[in-house]
Design a protein around this ligand. Structure first.
Ligand code: 2M8
Length: 414
């Protein structure tokens, strides 16, 4: 399937629905390539870094100029973004993704037994990875805050998660008309709604109007959050980048004191004692977004959560999702739960991969193994699709889905 979805230097998330390169998709996809074609895994990550901005940001979409008519929105909706791209001619979106790309570079490197090749790869990517993580600490910080902000649901990768329903309620509409293309090969009931898309496109216009200056954007936008998964991914990425640096006998990219302060801010911002769960933080309305979703569980992968809290969160979330397949992205008792609609209930293998990695980090090794077994059984029965119905595992969303194939390979190899 990866060979089938191969666009040359990167892999399409799925052949029809997503014809370009996506940032965190490529991170997960590289882990699959690494099991049978290591140079191709490196190429996947380096192709993503080739779309990097002067400011260090690695965009969430790196457009393939051959397929611009097949996906909306294209780079024409991000005209100012193109001026930020370092390599002339690369076409990008204007937002990023949780930086699991850095962790993928660490893991892909570890998959190479030949130290010369491994170190050469890490040496090639290290400067871009340092700039990428530094971007969150500079351009993405509000005054007096340690944690970066996330500015668009597409950036979180959990587009229509109920975590972001305040945005839906804000009733934002874009100035420019548009036509959705995402429901030609996937059922409308499995995709975000029209009001979600109105808000997504309106936020794109706001980011463009502010020329991606976060302070300007925040002053005029109803959406600006500390995303629990992005923050955890940043911390995990910083630790993995330091591991790369140590292997190369280079100084750490992120100082130990900074990591300690970041972890404390993470707990203070995201941990919710009454719910015993990790939640997101709304920087506009100044409160925790107390909507239980699997994001707080996937966040355990970053290795930032305190182990006892992580264990409590896993127990609590399992209780809330009793009777569903693991890991249901929204508990079925939530009013916002929709079994078929994208990030509002279905099971995603990428979430399961993050959750299993997180469970290992908090000493729930047997639970991690059980989750992997359950995920592989799901694949065996229902195929390598985008996501699965949390009640019976029926396939949902796009077919021939690359990160589902890649993570299955990575699990099988282990
Ligand atoms: C989905 O997001 C894109 C927009 O970025 C879309 O719906 O068109 C999300 O599931 C996201 O997490 C994923 O990276 C992307 C490509 O698989 O698709």
């Amino acid at each position: 399937m990866l060979r089938g979805n191969d666009a040359g230097a990167w892999t399409r998330p799925s052949p029809r629905q997503y014809p370009h390169q996506w940032n965190w998709d490529s991170a997960f996809i590289s882990l699959g390539w690494a099991t049978f074609d290591w140079p191709r895994a490196c190429l996947e990550l380096e192709a993503m870094l080739a779309a990097q901005w002067w400011e260090g940001m690695v965009p969430h979409v790196h457009y393939d100029p051959r397929h611009l008519a097949a996906y909306f929105p294209g780079p024409d909706r991000w005209p100012r973004a193109q001026r930020h791209v370092r390599n002339a001619g690369q076409l990008t979106s204007g937002i990023t993704n949780p930086p699991v790309l850095v962790t993928a570079a660490w893991l892909v490197g570890l998959g190479q037994a030949d130290q010369t090749l491994r170190h050469a790869f890490w040496r090639r990517v290290r400067p871009a990875l340092i700039q990428y993580l530094a971007y969150f600490g500079s351009a993405r910080r509000l005054p007096d805050q340690l944690l970066p902000v996330m500015v668009h649901p597409w950036e979180s990768g959990w587009d229509n998660s109920p975590r972001w329903d305040a945005l839906r309620r804000s009733g934002l509409k874009p100035r420019q008309p548009y036509e959705r293309l995402d429901r030609s090969s996937v059922n409308a009931s499995e995709r975000p709604t029209d009001s979600d898309y109105d808000a997504y496109l309106a936020l794109v216009e706001k980011l463009e109007d502010a020329d991606f200056d976060v302070q300007l954007y925040r002053a005029d936008s109803p959406f600006c959050v500390h995303d629990v998964l992005l923050d955890a991914a940043w911390y995990g990425a910083a630790c993995d980048l330091n591991r790369i640096c140590r292997s190369l006998s280079e100084p750490p990219a992120v100082a130990a004191e900074r990591l300690t302060a970041f972890a404390a801010a993470f707990e203070a911002t995201h941990w919710d004692e009454p719910a015993q769960l990790y939640f997101d933080w709304d920087c506009i309305r100044h409160h925790r977004i107390r909507t239980p979703t699997a994001a707080g569980i996937a966040a355990l992968a970053g290795g930032v959560a305190e182990p006892q809290r992580g264990q409590a969160a896993w127990r609590r979330y399992k209780e809330l999702c009793r009777g569903t397949l693991a890991v249901c992205t929204v508990p079925p008792g939530e009013p916002s739960f929709e079994a078929e609609r994208y990030w509002r209930g279905p099971v995603w293998l990428q979430v399961n991969w993050l959750a299993a990695r997180g469970l290992e980090q908090i000493a729930l090794v047997a639970e991690a193994r059980a989750l992997v077994e359950e995920s592989l059984a799901l694949v065996q029965e229902h195929g390598l699709v985008e996501c699965f119905d949390p009640w019976d595992g029926s396939p949902l969303g796009a077919r021939d889905f690359s990160w589902s194939a890649a993570l299955t390979l990575a699990w099988l190899e282990r």
